[in-house]
Design a protein. Structure first.
Length: 387
């Protein structure tokens, strides 16, 4: 592209291009929320769009934990963790997460996005190799680019290609995958990948963002479900989905975590998350691991199974809280989302660049907070609009 085409005057044309391709997005201001019901000035919806899988985000006990955290620790942390922003709730939360992940230690970050952005450049650089599943989340892709290692990509869950890439990889080799893929709702072929990376002396970073709280014993994730925690070197996840708050974590061997404290730039050069948030996150993680989590997971699974039965005539195994309806064209996805919105259901139309061009879809995400009648209503509305 010439210098002229890259001038600031070209911005208006870029906007027009996105609009013509049905790829323009806008923020919508929510005015209120009651469980899964959302309100804007334009109307009310039952949301099937959120990642609040266990219905924690609005729970009274979590609000109470936030109030308690503020009462004990005040508002902001005031500085980064290494300066004077590392409060006892951060350390308690990290100890709890380490136990939950069957790891020696854990480290929390301001967001899930910030985790790989800190971890990958801290551990890998030029001469090393990162091997990513093609459907990995943008944070993992961006972190892999940022760290300067050679980047290799294998088609989604393609073990043959992964093995060939492992055989030819140089330096420190890191395989990166998600437990549950965020736009497809399916799972990584984790057991096979662990075998492969062990055979080649590589490490694995597993992003459990959509699995933590949802899969495995006590909701501890897919690695725990398969008994593989000790064989996954870097287990990361977020507190923004099933845990109902925000923040990210990585769990690993203690020496790795201690090195990350010294090197992970998204931790070192960012103000620590407010200590009240860490306090509430520990309450949420304890709930997620305990009886509250068990009850919520049973409701979540029942909701997913009901929707599968009503729309596909079959139950199917429970893989995650996410069910996509792939429709192909961007316009078709937008039209279906608009029709559902008219019927009172908020379901996002996921388009390029979040998914491949021509792979546009509706992404239904379910929560323990959905009533049976709401899931039935969604299935009926989808049938009525020809989805
Ligand atoms: C797979 C995956 N990893 C990481 C993230 C980032 O987490 P956070 O929203 O806490 O920044 C997300 C979601 O946004 C995700 O879907």
């Amino acid at each position: 592209m010439s210098g002229d085409e890259r001038s600031w005057a070209g911005l208006a044309g870029e906007r027009a291009g996105l609009e013509q391709a049905d790829l323009w997005r806008e923020l919508r201001a929510l005015e209120g929320r009651e469980g899964v019901r959302l309100r804007t000035s334009a109307g009310q919806w039952i949301s099937f769009a959120s990642n609040d899988y266990l219905g924690f985000a609005e729970a009274g006990w979590l609000r109470e934990a936030l109030r308690e955290g503020i009462a004990q620790h005040g508002a902001g942390a005031g500085a980064s963790r290494l300066v004077c922003g590392s409060f006892s709730p951060h350390h308690e939360l990290e100890a709890l997460l380490a136990v939950a992940k069957g790891a020696e230690a854990a480290l929390t970050f301001a967001s899930g996005f910030a985790v790989p952005m800190g971890v990958l450049p801290a551990l890998l650089g030029r001469g090393d190799t990162v091997i990513l599943d093609k459907l990995c989340h943008a944070s993992l892709v961006d972190a892999a680019r940022l760290c300067g290692a050679t980047l290799r990509v294998f088609p989604h869950n393609h073990l043959g290609k992964l093995e060939r890439l492992l055989a030819g990889a140089r330096g420190r080799v890191l395989v990166v995958t998600e437990s549950v893929f965020s736009m497809d709702g399916d799972q990584a072929a984790l057991a096979e990948m662990v075998e492969l990376k062990d055979r080649h002396g590589a490490w694995l970073l597993l992003d459990e963002a959509h699995a933590f709280g949802v899969l495995g014993p006590q909701g501890r994730g897919l690695a725990a479900e398969l008994g593989l925690e000790k064989r996954v070197e870097l287990q990361m996840g977020t507190l923004s989905k099933a845990a109902g708050l925000s923040g990210g974590y990585v769990a690993a061997r203690r020496e790795v975590i201690e090195l990350l404290v010294n090197r992970a730039r998204s931790l070192i050069y960012s103000t620590a998350p407010p200590p009240f948030l860490a306090h509430a996150a520990a309450v949420a993680v304890r709930a997620l691991l305990g009886a509250v989590g068990e009850t919520a997971r049973a409701r979540l699974r029942a909701n997913v199974a009901l929707f599968q039965r009503l729309t596909r005539g079959e139950g199917g195994d429970f893989a995650s809280a996410i069910l996509p309806l792939i429709v192909g064209g961007e316009r078709r996805a937008l039209d279906l989302a608009a029709a559902l919105s008219m019927a009172g259901y908020l379901v996002p139309a996921i388009r390029y660049p979040t998914v491949a061009r021509g792979g546009a879809r509706l992404r239904f995400s379910f929560s323990a907070a959905h009533e049976t009648s709401e899931v039935e209503g969604l299935a009926a509305a989808l049938r009525a609009c020809g989805g």
